[in-house]
Design a protein around this ligand. Structure first.
Ligand SMILES: C[S@@+](CC[C@H](N)C(=O)[O-])C[C@H]1O[C@@H](n2cnc3c(N)ncnc32)[C@H](O)[C@@H]1O
Length: 245
């Protein structure tokens, strides 16, 4: 892989050995600022971008910051709640584009169960590490399955899910400023891994899964994907385009 695995903790550990095997990398103990690196320190992981990218490190900290605040108040999530729709029972949701897992965590906090796909091995490894830390204290995580794969490689049938949620990559200039910085980092990680983003073909694949509802998250001013939208839920900076089967 085109990045370094750095162990800043000093000692060898079982977790470090697992990471080396999972990523097929041998760890070293010093960060080279001219390289991209995944840094393991005190059981946590963060991604340090090489100097020329001029990006601050990416750390996934689900319970802190803006996401932590939102997770403590899931009933305030009016737009995503409307997009999912009123329901008497918890729904089975496929999050086709896990990213930093924010939307999945909100849907879990609303009482649903989520299967989330993330194509990036780096993001998956960081998420998996963070989820292992939270597993003992957050019972919602019992309803989460995180899978490291391109969602288009999976086989689903009409009984697999009630709702499909799709939040594709889009040009950074159309994103709100808080989101822009995360998107830049995700984009760089996808570039490091040589993963192309192909939202149109993923949309077509998802649209053909028999399911009751496909929810597509878009920046407010972005064009919609091809096909007729049944209705839209509009927020301040994003909208949800809903396609029904
Ligand atoms: C805009 S981000 C999603 C952000 C996410 N909703 C959140 O709350 O953090 C899009 C993510 O979807 C992933 N992705 C895009 N296409 C994918 C596919 N076909 N299969 C799996 N993951 C995909 C990208 O690697 C990226 O991490």
């Amino acid at each position: 892989m085109n990045f370094d695995l750095i162990n800043l903790g000093g000692l060898e550990s079982k977790r470090l050995n697992e990471l080396e095997t999972q990523l097929n990398l041998i760890s070293t103990s010093t960060i080279n600022l001219d390289h991209d690196s995944l840094v393991f320190q005190e059981d946590s992981l963060y991604f340090n971008f090489k100097k020329e990218r001029a990006l601050t490190p990416l750390k996934i900290d689900i319970q802190k910051g803006a996401l932590g605040w939102r997770l403590a108040r899931p009933q305030h999530e009016t737009h995503i709640k409307k997009a999912i729709g009123k329901t008497e029972r918890p729904l089975r949701i496929l999050d086709a584009t896990a990213g930093l897992l924010g939307d999945s965590m909100i849907m879990l906090a609303l009482g649903h169960s989520v299967t989330a796909y993330e194509q990036s091995k780096i993001l998956y490894t960081m998420l998996d590490n963070e989820l292992n830390h939270l597993a003992e204290t957050d019972s919602n995580l019992l309803n989460l399955k995180l899978i490291n794969s391109n969602v288009c490689e999976a086989n689903f049938n009409d009984k697999s899910f009630d709702v499909i949620y799709f939040d594709p990559m889009y040009p950074e200039d159309k994103a709100s400023s808080a989101r822009r910085s995360d998107l830049k980092k995700i984009n760089s990680i996808l570039e490091i891994e040589g993963l192309a983003s192909d939202p149109e073909s993923t949309f077509t694949y998802l649209r053909n899964i028999p399911s009751t509802k496909l929810i597509v998250k878009r920046p407010l001013k972005a064009d919609a994907f091809k096909g007729s939208i049944n209705y839209q839920i509009t927020g301040k900076s994003v909208r949800f385009d809903i396609y029904l089967n």
